[in-house]
Design a protein around this ligand. Structure first.
Ligand SMILES: CC(C)(COP(=O)(O)OP(=O)(O)OC[C@H]1O[C@@H](n2cnc3c(N)ncnc32)[C@H](O)[C@@H]1OP(=O)(O)O)[C@@H](O)C(=O)NCCC(=O)NCCS
Length: 184
């Protein structure tokens, strides 16, 4: 239940959600330093991204709630491989969470992040990494409230809107498992 009182559900994203996902992503590209790209994308680009997640087994989730014209998408979230071209990182994934500007601050981000953590556990992952622009207070607080801790601050590794960007790396370790002896 959100703070605004409207019911929020988190479900797997399907092709019917890609138009809104594209719009939310492009708004973040245009107006925020949450995503360090300057190029907006097409819905076909997001379809390829979604299909890639379907193939790899990483979740793409949407937060939905009843709206004036039926069910509306409030935001979306995904897990992706962290440094995925190296097999040694296979038990670590990176999260992404985007809520539509008009729906922020009502609990959708928390609902999405909580659901992503559950999915990561179900997938047998060991660590979730969040790579967050260091001035993104909302995202840093959200992640901290869910148990993520800041493990690194990388200075001036990005640039957007004519400014250097610092990157805060946060991580949530999901379990305390030991690897079997001899396994790498
Ligand atoms: C960051 C983001 C995903 C948070 O989603 P949201 O739906 O707005 O957040 P919620 O309403 O679920 O709030 C969850 C927690 O986030 C933090 N938070 C959210 N908005 C905040 C704000 N404006 N200032 C400070 N903290 C904030 C709080 O800790 C909040 O918990 P609380 O209300 O119990 O204090 C959302 O603001 C967003 O999509 N921003 C633009 C894209 C982005 O930055 N994505 C993350 C990239 S790393």
């Amino acid at each position: 239940m959100s703070r605004s009182g409207a019911e929020i559900r988190v479900v797997d994203a399907g092709p019917e959600h890609l138009a809104t996902i594209t719009a939310i992503y492009n708004e973040a590209v245009r107006n925020t330093t949450a995503v360090w790209n300057s190029q907006v994308v097409t819905q076909e680009d997001r379809r390829a991204w979604w299909q890639d997640h379907q193939r790899s087994g990483y979740p793409v989730l949407v937060a939905v709630s009843p709206g004036p014209d039926g069910e509306q998408v409030l935001g979306y979230a995904s897990l992706s491989g962290w440094r995925a071209s190296f097999t040694g990182y296979r038990l670590t994934a990176e999260d992404s969470i985007y809520v539509a500007a008009e729906h922020r601050g009502r609990g959708a981000g928390r609902a999405l992040a909580t659901a992503l953590i559950e999915r990561a556990r179900a997938l047998g992952l060991h660590v979730i990494v969040a790579a967050i622009e260091a001035g993104n207070t909302a995202s840093i607080r959200l992640h901290r409230s869910l148990g993520f801790e800041r493990v690194a601050l990388m200075r001036q590794v990005g640039v957007k809107f004519g400014s250097w960007l610092d990157l805060a790396l946060m991580q949530l370790t999901l379990d305390s498992r030991s690897l079997p002896p001899g396994r790498s």
